[in-house]
Unconditional design. Structure first.
Length: 312
């Protein structure tokens, strides 16, 4: 729902607009009310709290530490209000609402486009707001209430999280169809180390796993590329110049179109990764949100099954 809802306190609404737009005048245009009215509400807030909420600078307004806390309260209020109104609409037989998702880079051109199309078809009243982040940020956004659900790798059980769906992702090597390793049914870390390795940076979970359990591989292979871009990694692998260690889910689109081959690692020390759809255990999710979360979990499983059927 819009931040203009009368259930969202106008003082918090005005503070949020000024904080996000940087000036009272810009906020006045955004919320269609006079600048003096907005300024008066902010001054009343500051008087009530006994602290300044903004630093008034020549080029605009900047939040103080107290203002940052109040902005966070306003955003939480709005998020909770959205979920509550979605539940009310659902009780009326209306499947409307806005859902905020955190997904990984590999999902953006893999399983997510199909899922967005599915939601648009089956739940046309649902608006999806999709943020592409890493696993650490996905969990932080989920715990802070900035997103409603997340699809992330290697989620550890926590009392603050509810796992809707999870799947194992065996570690493997991806190569171009013409690469010598492409004819093998399985590979080992030693096989991989013999070729130029496109390595993912520490921003991604797979790199931290390799550093923790197989750091010798990174040292021996001397990767000529380290990047936080999975798309760059896959582009280099498709060219035939590099190999990469990743999962079937990361390389799903390329496995399906035949431009990459996934070779499972047959190595006792190769630990499977996981992918999970998670929601917060501390924040209620709207009914339509829970329906969509379950649908996303089923979609991840079906997408993986399709990728594996092509590979086999």
């Amino acid at each position: 729902m819009s931040a203009q809802s009368p259930l969202h306190p106008k003082a918090l609404r005005y503070l949020t607009a000024v904080a996000q737009l940087g000036s009272v005048q810009a906020a006045a245009r955004e919320v269609s009310i006079s600048a003096s009215a907005i300024d008066r509400q902010i001054l009343l807030l500051e008087e009530s709290l006994g602290v300044p909420l903004f630093e008034r600078q020549p080029r605009g307004m900047r939040l103080t530490a107290a203002g940052e806390l109040l902005l966070a309260l306003s955003l939480r209020w709005r998020a909770d209000l959205n979920r509550t109104l979605s539940d009310i609409q659902h009780l009326q037989g209306v499947s409307h609402g806005q859902l905020r998702l955190a997904v990984m880079d590999s999902h953006a051109n893999g399983l997510m486009p199909e899922f967005v199309h599915t939601v648009a078809t089956e739940y046309p009243g649902v608006v999806l707001d999709v943020e592409v982040v890493n696993t650490d940020d996905a969990l932080r956004h989920l715990q802070d209430g900035d997103v409603d659900l997340a699809v992330a790798f290697n989620i550890k059980p926590s009392r603050d999280l509810h796992i809707v769906s999870t799947a194992d992702l065996p570690l493997g090597c991806v190569v171009a169809p013409g690469h010598p390793l492409a004819v093998q049914k399985h590979a080992t870390f030693k096989d991989v180390a013999a070729w130029p390795l496109a390595a993912q940076s520490r921003a991604l979970a797979i790199r931290r796993y390799l550093e923790r359990s197989h750091n010798w591989l990174l040292e021996e292979a001397r990767p000529p590329l380290v990047t936080n871009s999975l798309q760059l990694v896959k582009s280099l692998v498709r060219s035939g110049s590099h190999v990469a260690l990743t999962s079937e889910l990361d390389a799903g689109p390329e496995i399906l179109d035949g431009s990459l081959r996934f070779i499972p690692l047959r190595d006792k020390s190769a630990q499977a990764q996981t992918v999970a759809v998670v929601i917060s255990a501390n924040r209620p999710l709207s009914r339509i949100g829970r329906v969509v979360a379950e649908r996303l979990g089923a979609h991840v499983q079906a997408y993986l099954a399709r990728v594996r059927s092509v590979r086999h």
